[in-house]
Write a new protein. Sequence first.
Length: 100
Amino acid sequence: LPFSQQAVGSMYGFIGLGNMGSRMAGVMVRKGFNLTVYDAHQPSVQGLVGLGAGAASSPREVAQASNVIITMLPNADIVKEVYRNAETGIFASAQPGSLL
């Protein structure tokens, strides 16, 4: 959604904080989005927490905290793991009606 048209009450999640993802998530936090983030590289997460994002310890936690989930992942194997892992994946706990 354009920054000026955020859905009221939406909780945003962002998974994948590499070169592109960290910058995109940073813009979202600075623009006032309620954002929960996850990355396997914890320093990337902590950098965004310092800007005001919430931290999650798994993709599942992001899905539990969010109804709009954005992923910026480097390859198909990681995408499959992040979405499909039975214990820690997005599909394990995405809320009904979530936008993925």
